[in-house]
Design a protein around this ligand. Structure first.
Ligand code: CO
Length: 204
């Protein structure tokens, strides 16, 4: 574990390195942001969205929660989504799940803990409605990872039904939604699903 001293030292050398490369780096950054991507990911410390996508400050607008879930009554998510779509006019929304996800495992195990158990209720119901298909998979870990994938696709489909997203399409904002999976064991990202507005009747 890094000490706070080490973190601040690392910060100063990072800032100096940026300036050495480009004297105007922070001046430019402080003027505003126009990211093209909204990233909806898991809070898991092993999935740092900027690092795994080679992105820098200003490139990703980010919302993270346990198990990268999209709840239509989550004001935190809704405000991030609204700002990203209506004001920043992002071109892509990425929902990124990952293997070995503690939130998905907790849902699989039927965790009832206060707050946590309620939060992952959506994955519990995804598990229930996919139980027979998942029963054909041998190990629990593989079942959990498949459940994580199914859940990502479900979140993408849910997002496509949000008024914020549908209204963007109605006004011809070319907004894509992607479902991705990050494999912690290999470090690789893969695509599970893509919603392309060009293929939607409401976008024609
Ligand atoms: Co997770």
């Amino acid at each position: 574990m890094k000490s706070f001293d080490q973190m601040f030292l690392a910060n100063r050398s990072w800032a100096q390195a940026k300036l050495q490369n480009d004297k105007e780096y922070f001046t430019r950054l402080s003027k505003g942001q126009s990211p093209k991507y909204l990233w909806i990911g898991c809070s898991d410390s092993r999935v740092p969205e900027t690092e795994i996508t080679g992105s820098g400050p200003g490139e990703l607008f980010v919302h993270r929660n346990i198990a990268n879930l999209v709840h239509s009554n989550d004001e935190s998510l809704l405000s991030v989504l609204k700002y990203a779509v209506d004001y920043l006019k992002v071109k892509h929304i990425v929902v990124c799940g990952h293997c070995n996800c503690g939130g998905v495992k907790a849902a699989f195990d039927g965790l009832e803990d206060e707050h946590l158990g309620e939060w992952i209720g959506d994955i519990k119901s995804t598990y229930m409605s996919n139980k027979s298909g998942l029963s054909e998979i041998d190990s629990d870990m593989a079942k959990i990872n498949r459940l994580a994938e199914i859940s990502v696709v479900k979140q993408v489909d849910k997002l496509a039904e949000f008024d914020i997203v549908k209204n963007a399409w109605k006004r011809k904002q070319r907004l894509f939604i992607h479902g991705w999976m990050f494999n912690i064991s290999s470090g690789e990202l893969n695509t599970l699903k893509e919603v392309n507005p060009d293929e939607l009747p409401e976008f024609q």
